[in-house]
Design a binder for this molecule. Structure first.
Ligand SMILES: Nc1ncnc2c1ncn2[C@@H]1O[C@H](COP(=O)(O)OP(=O)(O)OP(=O)(O)O)[C@@H](O)[C@H]1O
Length: 534
């Protein structure tokens, strides 16, 4: 049957579609249409046509017409199925404003079944629809909000004209329910606020660059650093506590960099290494003739040298009771005199003190002044030992090795066995000891990796313990051999050095057994012991 490009009336009878000619002759049925003209979207035609059921007398010529152009132009099941998956409404209208396609979102958002919508004229449902204006003008709209009176919602969307080979064919509109979008936008806003909050929190948790030298990932230690960065901005006297080598001086320098006195002198005085009689003049300076041997013209003390900057009194717990009183006076009165001097000098330094001593016990023993202790311990900065922050060992090792090999262009690492050993070791000397061990390893290493054999010998009792065995390496072959040798020896002992019994117990052949005895140097061990047993 020839199908010409004229208009056809359509109706649905017996759940089949029948296409009628204008003169009411049946041209072809839906089945024919679908099977013979493959371009027809079965669903599309079926729904469009089904919608006209019950229109009354199908033969009186009042039916909407469906054109072959419509069938050919709008068919594309595949594309339409894709459009069904998107969450915005997609609506396609032909030039007569007839809805030729709506996706599933249309039904979901507007509550109108797809099949009911298809075939309807937009000009009848929404005479002011943007899509109609777009078709009239042949140019796309901007994103606009419009009232869809037929369904009682505000929609926001955009319409585009559709051209085929330069000829205007209809319009496609993409829109969504404004209230839903508003809800989404509120949700987005809320999410953005939450993310900003966390961003701010993270920013707050970021340490200032002044502390970058203090390698630290351990949370407990970071808390100390955050506190230090806050105190740094004040002029209060600080007491840093922690075992020897935990980085008290490194922290003191970071505090100085972070303070308003940064850029001014940072003077360190190790109170434990200076004899008591010298410490006073070392700190406060002296005037000419203050004591026998005093330099002509006198000498500036560390407090004067540090003017405008920071003085770091390390090992303050080692100061004599007498000196403690003098330091307390300086802190309280913010002035001092040179030894043998009469002039009072103003104190213009920030004092940071540090100790690894148990000051509380010293107060109890009467060797540390409680008034000085309370003066110093306002905000305690207690640095944990390295064994309490083992998560810092690897980052610290990396930085230390980088510093040691700076300028050599070499990237040196530690082997996995060394990393395990480092985790097991207690590091009584803390970061200083870690630095020394790595320096040793860095010198004796043969490759670009520090191995167990490169470490100072005193660390070697800390071997890898797996089960009852001790291994020094992860090398499987080596460890299997150690185990094999051990098992053979053990079996020989258990069987009074009777080789046949041992090989039976071990479940290996005679040849294999003798080979292993030779490989593991056990021939003599076996022979000598078997003689003794006999
Ligand atoms: N967090 C760190 N990051 C990098 N290096 C560190 C860190 N802490 C300490 N070090 C290094 O460890 C060594 C000891 O540090 P520091 O002298 O600051 O320790 P300390 O606690 O003041 O020791 P002591 O009580 O013996 O005076 C130094 O070589 C220092 O560079």
């Amino acid at each position: 049957m020839a199908v010409s490009r004229t208009d056809y009336s359509v109706s649905v009878e017996y759940e089949d579609m029948i296409v009628w000619s204008e003169s009411s002759d049946i041209i072809f049925s839906y089945q024919y249409l679908y099977e013979n003209i493959k371009c027809v979207s079965k669903k599309l035609c079926y729904n469009a046509l089904k919608d006209h059921r019950g229109d009354g007398n199908q033969m009186n010529g009042k039916y909407n017409t469906i054109t072959m152009d419509f069938i050919n132009k709008w068919d594309n099941n595949f594309l339409l199925d894709i459009l069904d998956d998107i969450s915005d409404i997609v609506m396609i209208n032909d030039l007569e404003t007839r809805i030729v396609y709506v996706n599933k979102a249309y039904e979901k958002i507007l509550g109108v079944p797809q099949k009911k919508a298809i075939g309807k004229k937009l000009s009848d449902i929404e005479p002011n629809a943007t899509a109609i204006k777009v078709m009239n003008r042949g140019i796309a709209s901007h994103y606009i909000v419009e009232e869809l009176k037929s369904v009682g919602i505000s929609a926001v969307g955009v319409s585009f004209p559709i051209f085929k080979e330069g000829i205007l064919m209809g319009a496609v509109s993409i829109f969504n329910d404004l209230t839903q979008l508003n809800a989404l936008s509120e949700e987005l806003h809320r999410t953005q606020e939450i993310s900003k909050y966390y961003q701010d929190q993270l920013e707050k948790r970021k340490l200032s660059p002044s502390f970058s030298e203090y390698v630290c990932t351990n949370e407990k230690t970071r808390e100390v650093l955050f506190l230090a960065s806050k105190v740094a901005k004040t002029d209060s006297t600080i007491l840093i506590r922690g075992e020897s080598g935990v980085g008290k001086e490194v922290l003191a320098r970071a505090i100085c960099r972070e303070s308003k006195r940064s850029g001014m002198p940072f003077i360190k005085v190790n109170c434990a290494s200076i004899p008591e009689n010298l410490l006073e003049s070392e700190l406060f300076g002296y005037d000419e003739g203050a004591f026998t041997g005093a330099r002509k013209g006198g000498k500036m003390g560390k407090f004067e040298l540090a003017k405008g900057g920071t003085i770091f009194l390390d090992e303050i717990g080692d100061m004599t009771f007498n000196m403690q009183a003098k330091i307390l006076r300086v802190i309280q009165e913010k002035e001092f005199e040179r030894v043998g001097g009469t002039k009072t000098l103003p104190l213009d330094v920030r004092i940071i003190t540090a100790t690894n001593r148990d000051l509380e016990s010293m107060i109890a023993d009467g060797t540390f002044r409680s008034d000085l202790y309370y003066r110093l311990n306002v905000i305690p900065l207690n640095l944990p030992s390295l064994r309490e922050r083992k998560d810092d060992i690897i980052p610290l090792s990396r930085t230390i090795l980088e510093n040691l090999n700076k300028g050599c262009g070499e990237s040196v690492t530690i082997s996995p066995e060394v990393a395990i050993l480092f985790q097991k070791y207690d590091w009584p000397g803390n970061i200083r000891e870690l630095g020394n061990v790595l320096e040793h390893g860095n010198i004796v290493r043969t490759g670009d990796r520090i191995e167990i054999k490169d470490l100072p010998k005193y660390l070697l009792p800390y071997k890898l313990d797996i089960g009852n065995e001790s291994f020094e390496t992860f090398d499987l072959k080596t460890n299997v051999e150690i185990l094999e040798k051990g098992l053979i020896k053990e079996s020989l002992k258990r069987n009074s050095f009777n080789k046949s019994k041992a090989m039976d117990e071990l479940g290996i052949s005679r040849r294999n057994f003798y080979e292993k005895l030779a490989r593991y140097d056990l021939v003599d061990f076996c022979d000598e012991n078997s003689k003794t047993v006999k």
